[in-house]
Design a protein around this ligand. Sequence first.
Ligand code: DER
Length: 235
Amino acid sequence: SPTEQGKRLAAYAAVDANVSLDSRVIGIGSGSTVPYVIERIVQQGEESNVQRVFIPTGFQSKELIVQNGLVLGDVDQYPTIDVTLDGADEVDNNLNAVKGGGACHLREKVLAEAAKIFVIVADERKNSKLLGTTWTQGVPIEVAPFAYAKVLKNVAKLGSTNPALRMGIKKAGPVVTDNGNFVIDAPFSESYYRDPKELLMRIKMLTGVVEVGLFCGMAKAAYFGYSNGSVLIRS
Ligand code: DER
């Protein structure tokens, strides 16, 4: 499909430009675009990959690394990462991103922050001028289960319209993250997204919030793959 082609194009371009022989510790994000990042890295061959260690951002990410025969590492052991590559739900003109569609954004943000270079890979749908334009599901917020009802009330007071606990599809009850927490999706009107850093700080301060799916000023570059075969690089 066009978006799969776009994901592959973005991932290949990002790996070719950012994963060199001296990239030894590599952070791998979550979602449906990062498998193409792994695909491209595997194509770089055994001899380069045997020198590398790959740090996951959750169960799916770990499985990707292990199933491709790559060396699995832990962020405790490798606190500094050469490059982290990850997807996003939406990216604005200033490379601020909404992340957390896959409920993995706590570990994703840890690895994004720990990396010398954090690179976003995405298909064309994620390229927006302003957050909240194409991604209308709201800001993903990882919360301590004990506090979820309080956070729901308080994020509504902050201005969110109809914040909701993210429920499982093939699982009764709420989605539970790799860290054992819940996720609240908090939609906001366009005006709130004009200053994503301010929105991030206001949500993060709410008691019970573990991490917020707004990555502000973290990405060095974003690669968008288009179904017409082109790749747009913003940095
Ligand atoms: O949850 C996340 O932030 C993931 O990176 C994810 O949302 C990216 O999604 P996709 O690569 O499947 O579009």
